[in-house]
Design a protein around this ligand. Structure first.
Ligand code: UDP
Ligand code: MG
Length: 313
């Protein structure tokens, strides 16, 4: 029977969380009384996650499917791969670490059934470190301005999508991407609801400062050209200012005489401009790097094996 709901869960070293997650998830989905499937992507875990996922499949072969990656390709690629396999009408994504309570899923689905094609979650009392919360807020603000995607909480992965949205995402073929933002590009009628958020049940966050930065650059450059345009504007403004300065210095020289003390001010201004130039180059580099990744056309992820019931193949 074709599933109605597909739950998609990326897994990277979550051995302690998988069983408790599975129990709660299955309880919620069973109670809904509609056919469902759970698609896990094992994103190159080095712990026992792979084995545990196989056991979960053995426990419920009709409902559980496992996509086993050949290495670590990142959370968004893990979701992307699952999106190519899911068969449900409604697709729900959530994290494996129990930060997104499965008990919120029926409310997401209810919203979808009311006619929304993307239902985002935003986290009430977000349970992360002070640094993460505030960095996120800042980036969310910048992102909202430059990408014009209206999304309250970009970091929340507890979201539901209609089938055709997921199909569009799966055929996008982007190498560096950000699934929730991509969904908004295709959504005709999105909405958001409040969801709860728990501290990570076990293990530690898979994001450190470097891959968080990378992910956010993917988001900014992948969904907007504004960062590039900002530099065109800045360049224009700086040229205008320096033209005014030249005229001023010229007039000063003619009417007051040569300046003597200005050297350090000049250095100050120069270093600022050099810094600005390098920053601009960096932004251009970010775009070029991503173009480079796209044109190489390497596979975005490599699947070692798909564990599923025979009649699913
Ligand atoms: N994850 C993944 N591949 C990665 C990093 C993370 O599949 O390279 C999964 C991880 O197992 C979890 C989800 O993505 O299910 C969110 O990761 P995490 O909880 O570490 O992120 P945080 O909550 O700190 O933002
Ligand atoms: Mg987490």
């Amino acid at each position: 029977m074709r599933p109605y709901v597909s739950a998609v869960i990326p897994v990277f070293n979550e051995e302690e969380n998988l069983r408790p997650l599975f129990e709660r998830l299955v309880a919620v989905l069973d109670a809904m009384g509609r056919p469902y499937e759970i698609v896990f992507t094992n994103d190159g875990s080095a712990d026992r996650s792979g084995e545990i996922l196989r056991e979960l499949h053995a426990q419920r072969p009709a409902q559980v499917r496992v996509i086993d990656f050949n290495g670590n390709f990142g959370q968004h690629m893990a979701i992307m791969a699952a999106f190519e396999y899911v068969r449900g009408d409604v697709i729900v994504t959530l994290d494996a670490d129990l930060q997104n309570p499965p008990e919120d899923i029926p409310r997401l689905i209810e919203k979808i059934e009311q006619g929304f094609d993307v239902v985002g979650g935003y986290r009430r009392d977000r349970q992360d470190t002070w640094f993460r919360r505030n960095a996120s807020r800042l980036i969310n603000m910048i992102r909202a301005r430059i990408t014009r995607i209206e999304m309250r909480d970009q970091g929340c992965m507890l979201r539901a999508y209609r089938r055709h949205i997921v199909d569009s995402i799966a055929t996008s073929g982007e190498v560096s991407t950000f699934i929730p933002a991509l969904a908004y590009n295709f959504a005709a009628n999105p909405t958001e609801i409040e969801v709860s958020h728990a501290p990570r049940a076990a293990g530690h966050s898979k994001y450190h400062i470097y891959n968080l930065l990378r992910l956010n650059f993917d988001l900014m450059t992948g969904f907007s050209l504004v960062p590039l345009q900002v530099f065109t504007m800045l360049g224009f403004a700086v040229s205008l200012l320096s033209a005014i300065l030249v005229v001023y210095l010229l007039l000063q020289r003619i009417f007051i005489g040569p300046e003597v003390q200005g050297v350090f001010t000049l250095f100050g201004i120069m270093y600022f401009l050099v810094g600005l130039g390098i920053f601009g180059l960096g932004i251009i580099g970010e775009y070029i790097g991503r173009i480079y990744l796209e044109v190489r056309k390497r596979p975005r992820f490599v699947i070692r094996e798909v564990v599923q019931a025979i009649d699913d193949q």
